[in-house]
Ligand binder design. Structure first.
Ligand code: ADP
Ligand code: MG
Length: 567
């Protein structure tokens, strides 16, 4: 074949491979265009995972009638005219590639009205070329509808996973921009259902509330827009919000980073943010953070890749340091280091409860102090924590040999006693939910809960029947507030359906203890282990969990000596 210049149609389709990787890339490009057009209201509507329809409507500047064709031309942009403009232009787009790329792999319809025109315009594009154009009225702004995405790129279609996956990618893109632009009202409709709506108040916390819900929103701490800490960082301004260490997530998807309000992915920056949480989060847990980094345009290069999600900084190290310090400051200013479970002050120094030995098990009756019985087995000696094994066992040393402690069983015991004492004394400590949570129970559970919800109130769960198997939960036990109390409640309902209700109180408390205890397999810091062991030392019955299982194994010095033939 002789060398020849490719036709525009082919060039665009090839370029589309980079810019339009999947449906969510189209959403990203269109939303960025709307933001660049100064829109204060953006509605994204999708159907069929974005493959059938992606429509973005804004109230931005609109495109002039006679520039419609141009907008879909490759390298046609209204945002820059010289390369140097990149250092002064705040726009998200500048490469003039998105519209032609999108139009080359889909069917596009556009309606736009620019205020300087006498009328709005409607146009249809096929294979990237305008095939129909006419006047059409609309208010100022633009609607672009992308249909049949990738129909002419079967290879790409093959890589598209399920519609659910595509939907969640799209929801993520819109969520990220909603977080970056709290002053814009975003609406996302997926197959006709409203999946996201932000109020556009300009307050980040309102966007966070819409995107992540009240539980996260109520635990966010402001990262104040403080300047860098030393001279070289002085042009770097970090702002946003980060979650208190009480809230954490199992993956890094809740860390949103923006550079000059451009959504970026940058591993080192993520790492910098996570470093700020050092010692505050359990291993394997990740923070929630929404952070914008404002740097002079001349100090950052977004022109690394067509999608512009990668950026390069002139002074990388300074940016990371500034981000890390700002986040750390937000955390240490307001959040105390969380302990495994801080022991209620009232719990300490209490006189020992006397329990007959035969009751030191799951079916243990809670006895009042007046009752006579054998004093509790000697409590634990003071132990020195040596470390953790298999993320499950705490290895400690005592005056007479080695102790191996099952962390879950041990903590369960501590929590069991704590709840029991609360129940006997001032009552189980409750925590009101920020917003009542409605739960729907299974038909088999409905009857049980209806009969027992008043009993559960004694344990901190304030629940009201709401009809149709629905119940409203208003408060939960404080110890479960940050835990998966819904799972605990579910288990409690099942416990309550048991025929034999003789020891129902103990069963309820044991279930609550189990759900508020540290997990088997959860890595603990030395401080957390020390705290747990300290609580164990003070427990009345440290040797067995509420289910009667052993919490610890003691290998006395004598036995060690015997095993090693040292006697
Ligand atoms: P870029 O954003 O890099 O300029 P695009 O291909 O995304 O390139 O868009 C081309 C041009 O079309 C933009 O520069 C802008 O002038 C115009 N445009 C695209 N979308 C909109 C919109 N929603 N509102 C107003 N103008 C738009
Ligand atoms: Mg663009």
């Amino acid at each position: 074949m002789a060398i020849k210049v490719l036709k525009n149609e082919v060039i665009n389709k090839i370029a589309a491979g980079e810019v339009v990787e999947r449906a969510s890339s189209v959403v990203k490009e269109l939303v960025e265009n709307s933001l660049d057009a100064g829109a204060t209201q953006i509605t994204v509507e999708i159907a069929g995972g974005g493959l059938a329809l992606i429509s973005v409507t804004d109230n931005g500047s609109g495109i002039p009638v006679d520039e419609i064709e141009l907008a879909f031309n490759r390298h046609a942009t209204s945002k820059i005219s010289a390369f140097e403009d990149l250092e002064v232009s705040h726009s998200l787009g500048f490469r003039g590639e998105a519209l032609p790329s999108i139009a080359s792999v889909s069917d596009v319809e556009i309606i736009s009205f620019n205020i300087n025109d006498s009328s709005g315009v409607y146009a249809e594009l096929e294979k990237g070329a305008v095939v129909k154009k006419q006047k059409q009225a609309r208010s100022q702004g633009t609607t672009i509808a992308v249909k049949n995405l990738f129909r002419n790129v079967p290879a790409r279609l093959k890589f598209i996973k399920s519609k659910t996956t595509e939907n969640s990618h799209i929801a993520n893109v819109v969520s990220q921009y909603a977080l970056a632009f709290p002053e814009v009202r975003f609406t996302l409709l997926i197959d006709g259902r409203e999946s996201l709506k932000t109020p556009g108040t300009g307050n980040l916390i309102d966007s966070i509330n819409s995107v992540y819900g009240t539980e996260i929103a109520s635990n966010m701490l402001p990262v104040t827009g403080n300047q860098g800490f030393n001279a070289s960082e002085k042009n770097i301004v970090i702002s946003g919000m980060v979650a208190s260490p009480r809230i954490s997530r199992a993956n890094r998807n809740y860390i949103s980073l923006f550079v000059n309000r451009r959504w970026v992915s940058n591993r080192n920056l993520v790492w910098a943010v996570e470093e700020a949480y050092h010692g505050l989060l359990m291993t394997g847990k990740h923070p929630v953070a929404v952070i914008n980094i404002e740097v002079p345009l001349a100090d950052v290069d977004a022109n690394v890749h067509p999608t512009k999600t990668e950026v390069r900084f002139k002074n990388e190290g300074d940016v990371y340091m500034a981000a890390q310090r700002a986040v750390r400051q937000a955390l240490v200013n307001t959040a105390p280091v969380p302990k495994v479970e801080e022991i209620a002050a009232s719990y300490r120094g209490q006189s020992q409860i006397i329990v007959p030995p035969e009751q030191r098990r799951m079916d243990m009756k809670i006895v009042s102090e007046e009752e006579v019985g054998t004093p509790v087995v000697a409590s634990l000696p003071v132990l020195r924590v040596l470390g953790q094994s298999m993320n499950s066992y705490i290895v400690a040393e005592g005056p007479d040999g080695i102790y191996i402690i099952d962390q879950h069983a041990a903590h369960e015991r501590v929590m069991f006693e704590k709840i029991s004492k609360q129940k006997q004394q001032q009552g189980v400590e409750i925590q009101g939910l920020l917003e009542p949570v409605s739960i729907e129970v299974l038909p088999v559970q409905d009857e049980v809960l209806n009969k027992n919800y008043q009993l559960l109130a004694e344990f901190g769960f304030t629940i009201e029947p709401f009809g149709n198997r629905t119940y409203i939960v208003r408060t939960v036990p404080s110890i479960m507030y940050k835990r998966d109390w819904q799972a605990a409640l579910n288990e409690l309902i099942d416990k309550l359906s048991m025929k034999d209700r003789a020891n129902i109180t103990e069963h309820i408390i044991a279930t609550m203890a189990c759900h508020s205890a540290v997990r088997f397999g959860q890595s603990l810091t030395l401080d957390e282990m020390r705290e747990l062991v300290r609580q164990m030392e003070q427990a009345d019955l440290p040797h067995a969990c509420p289910h009667g299982r052993t919490t610890m194994i003691h290998i006395p010095q004598k036995q060690l000596e015997k095993e090693f033939g040292r006697t």
